[in-house]
Design a protein around this ligand. Sequence first.
Ligand SMILES: [Zn+2]
Length: 675
Amino acid sequence: MRIHSLLSTLSFAMLALVVDARAAEPHPQIPLWDKAAIEALCDPTIDRWRHMQATMEAKKDSAGILAEWNGLAIAISDLDGPLSLIANVAVDQGTRDAADACELKITPFTTSLFQSEALYRRVRDLKPGDAIDRQYRQDLLENFEDAGVTLAPEKRERVKAIRQEIADLGQQFEKNLRDDRTNVVVSPAELAGLPDGYVKAQPKDADGNTLLSMANPVYIPFMQLASNADARKRYWIARQNYGGQANIDLLNRAVALRLELAKLYGEPDYATFVIKRRMARTPAAVYRFLDDVHRAAAPLEKAEVAELTQFKADDQKLPVAEVKLDRWDTSYYQEKLRKARYDVDQEALRKYFPTEASIAYTLRIAETLYGIRFVPSQAPTWHPDVRVFDVVERGKDGAKDGAADGKFIGTVYLDLFPRPGKYNHAAAWPVRPVSTLAKQKAAPGYRTPLSALVTNFDRVGLNQDELETMLHEFGHVMHGVLSRTRYADQAGTSVKQDFVEAPSQMFEEWARREDALKFFAEVCKDCPHLSHEQIERLQQAHRYGRGSRYARQWVYASYDMALTTPQPDEAMDAWRKIEGDTPLGTYPGTRFPASFGHLMTGYAAGYYGYLWSEVLALDMLSGFHGKLMNPVDGQRYRADILSQGGQEPPERLVERFLGRAPNSEAFFQEINGQR
Ligand SMILES: [Zn+2]
């Protein structure tokens, strides 16, 4: 599974090159399987799991079941973890396809595993030894229930078939996007407004026209900067249709299957079925929360649209009554207004955030806050662009001779730049979950974690959004690598889905705040430095447009919820209804949901979690007492939140870190611009 959402050697001066002398065995690495290797491994590995399952089923006594289960979960993750990444980053298409094909064989195994009555009884009858065991037993029991162990045999079979088909549909949906090579052709004149570097980087046809792909690093700058409205319109429409009717059909099928699945369990709808396992507990709680968000964001959005329409009218020297703001206008005029009002030019920011320095900055922040070091590793990778780091303890107060200094913690892979056939957004993969219960030959003797960051950044420099993305995804990576849970199933980002974004969303703040940004000087002496006044303006520019931003997130979350009710509308009808009610309306002949991958890959009835998590993210930020680079709070955060993964409910972890119950004050202050 993946968590949504970035070179040479410049500026790595702060990375002390210390070799961990205790590591006699090499640290775990991501295996570089090719097509043949995956095909040879797949069936025998799954057979081995079946054998493990049979051995576990043969025992009657409950004792030892959690440790046995941990062993099996690790065996599964040793195949599934790398495969899920390889399917998205392997250079060779045959390898990506083989990884996809093998992954599809894993779903029926895990479903039948959790349909085993013998294993269910062993887990159910267990007397847990402590709170962590109690939580793990509870998690497993919920998985058994959700897989249908208590259902009649024919229903159980249907559950299995549905889960398999949903996994299949999700994979097909993503594949359609990856393999969609639609290009929009624009003339040299239509590139007016784009920087030279951008123009040079895009492929050309024989007539000297430029071909624009559907990838975000190509699409987003064009929508922000191209002054030709016709070209923006053409590109916008093509991007809205990315994935095509084929993906809408897949989405409709998935919606129907999810409803059928919920009904097999006697639940009225899919939302009720899945949200009962989350922080929110009920769809009603989600709707109440979304209503609050809408109440706060809608008036702001309306005012912003009116302001932007006036801005467009002034720009075109037309009376405002004759001007309509179209969806392909918003990014362009927002960007222009930001430049005019706050003197913030996102393209010019790339100078301040060179890509290499931005990577060094991200690592530097994590080192300072969490008392760790990143040591470049020579582990082999699937592409020369990919970098690997060992993560090690920095020791007490960073003293090199401190007791724990150099102690190996885990491994980080960074695959930062675009290439054909690669996953085209930004995401983190928790490839290898930690487990302190599982032995490992290499230091420190228990199973160490490994996470991978996959992005599609510009090689020269980042703008502010991209720097935020870098920190966001790195937040997921740190959640994976700094967790130290007993069980692999509870490692790192294996938390409730409406909490999983919180650590990452909180980490975005480090892309904006002065006390953090001054560390850029330490990692890049030659970079131009942002002044206090420039950073203020950056923050104001970031706050600008927040009404539209939160209102858009509300649209996505409401749409997702609308597809999980007892009687969901057809996917495009539901979309047109919700988007049609917004100030900018909906544009005929487009189908945004065809590329809304979240709905097909595990976020169904879960997209609200981005907003829900942000409540906790902004609340947790208060635990840093306004000093973002304070290592005391950083280490406390590492211990109370990151290291605990899912072994305790998130409410309790946040309460321990904050010393009080979490609340949504900071979140609504943020929307209202009072923060
Ligand atoms: Zn995320």
